[in-house]
Design a protein around this ligand. Structure first.
Ligand SMILES: Nc1ncnc2c1ncn2[C@@H]1O[C@H](COP(=O)(O)OP(=O)(O)OP(=O)(O)O)[C@@H](O)[C@H]1O
Length: 256
C-alpha cells in the first residue's frame, strides 16, 4: 500500500491528570473516507484538535505526506493542505456568505504573501480572482443563491456547507469533518454527502467524526473507533457492524 497521507504515532493529549487521547496510532490512506466513531467524550474532537494544530500533543508524532508536522500551527497545516470543519460552525454572522468564503485563511495567505508587493490595480485583480473562486466554490456547495445573505441568517446545515466552502478555497488534499450531519436536515445531509463523495472521487481524502451510524456505515471505509482516549477498533464498515464489542458498547441499538 502507498505511504499514508497522515500518520499518527503514539499521540496523547492530557488535560491535567486526564488523558483525553491516550497513545493513539493510526494511518490515513490517500483517497479514503475514514469514519471516526466512539461514545461522547472518547477523545475524537481532541484528536482532531491535535491533528489540526489547535492543541499541542503531550506526546507522539503526526506526519503529513511524510513531513513531521507535530505542533505546527493551524495556518501552517492549512497551507500544507489540511482543512477541517467544526462541530459547531462559527461564521462571521454579520458578513455575507460570500465574504465569509473570501476570508478563508488560504485567500489570506495569498494576501499576506503578495499584498506588500502589489500595486492597487493588482490588489483589485487579486480580489476579483478570490471573489470568482469563492463564487465557484459556493456554486459547488449549492450556496451560490445565498451569496449575499448574512451568514448568521442561514440554517445550521447551510452553515456546514459554508464551512466546507471555506476550506475548499485552499484546495486541501485532506479534509477533517467534525460531525457534518449533526443537526442538519435530511435534504442538506444528502447534498453534503454528494459533495463529499464527489470531492473524494476527485482525489480528496476525508476523516469524518460522526455519530450517525447510517452515515458512517454507508459512506465511510475504514472505520476507526475510540473509547476513553484509546483506539479500540479499526476495520471495514462491515467488520464494524459485526464486531460484538463495538456493537454492544458503541453502536448499540442504532445499528439494529
Ligand atoms: N480543553 C479541555 N480541558 C479539559 N478537558 C477537556 C478539554 N477538551 C476536552 N476535554 C475532555 O476530554 C474528553 C474528550 O473530549 P472530546 O471532545 O475530544 O470527545 P469526543 O469524542 O469528541 O466527544 P463528543 O462525541 O461528545 O464530541 C472529555 O472528557 C472532555 O471533557
Amino acid at each position: 500500500m502507498a505511504d499514508p497521507i497522515l500518520s499518527i504515532r503514539n499521540v496523547s493529549k492530557t488535560f491535567g491528570e486526564f488523558r483525553a487521547v491516550n497513545d493513539v496510532s493510526l494511518d490515513i490512506h490517500a483517497g479514503t473516507i475514514t469514519g471516526l466513531i466512539g461514545p461522547n467524550g472518547a477523545g475524537k474532537t481532541t484528536l482532531f484538535n491535535v491533528l489540526t494544530g489547535m492543541l499541542k500533543p503531550t506526546g507522539g508524532t503526526v506526519h503529513l505526506d511524510g513531513q513531521n508536522v507535530t505542533g505546527f500551527s493551524p495556518d501552517a497545516l492549512f497551507s500544507l493542505g489540511l482543512g477541517r470543519t467544526f462541530q459547531i460552525p462559527r461564521p462571521f454572522a454579520k458578513m455575507s456568505v460570500l465574504e465569509n468564503v473570501m476570508l478563508s485563511p488560504m485567500a489570506q495567505v495569498g494576501e499576506r504573501v503578495w499584498g506588500p508587493f502589489l500595486g492597487a490595480a493588482k490588489m483589485r485583480d487579486q480580489e476579483a480572482t478570490i471573489r470568482k473562486r469563492a463564487m465557484e466554490v459556493l456554486d459547488f456547495v449549492t450556496l451560490a443563491p445565498l451569496a449575499d445573505q448574512a451568514a448568521g441568517q442561514i440554517s445550521g446545515g447551510q452553515m456546514k456547507l459554508l464551512e466546507l466552502a471555506r476550506i475548499l478555497m485552499g484546495d486541501p488534499k485532506l479534509i477533517l469533518l467534525d460531525e457534518p450531519a449533526a443537526g442538519v436536515n435530511p435534504t442538506l445531509t444528502k447534498t453534503l454527502i454528494e459533495k463529499i463523495e464527489e470531492l473524494n472521487r476527485d482525489g480528496k481524502t476525508f476523516v469524518i467524526i460522526e455519530h450517525d451510524m447510517d452515515f458512517v456505515m454507508q459512506h465511510c471505509d475504514p472505520v476507526i473507533a475510540l473509547a476513553e482516549g484509546r483506539k479500540v477498533f479499526e476495520g471495514t464498515a462491515d467488520e464494524a457492524q459485526s464486531n460484538p464489542v463495538l456493537l454492544d458498547a458503541y453502536l448499540g441499538a442504532q445499528v439494529e
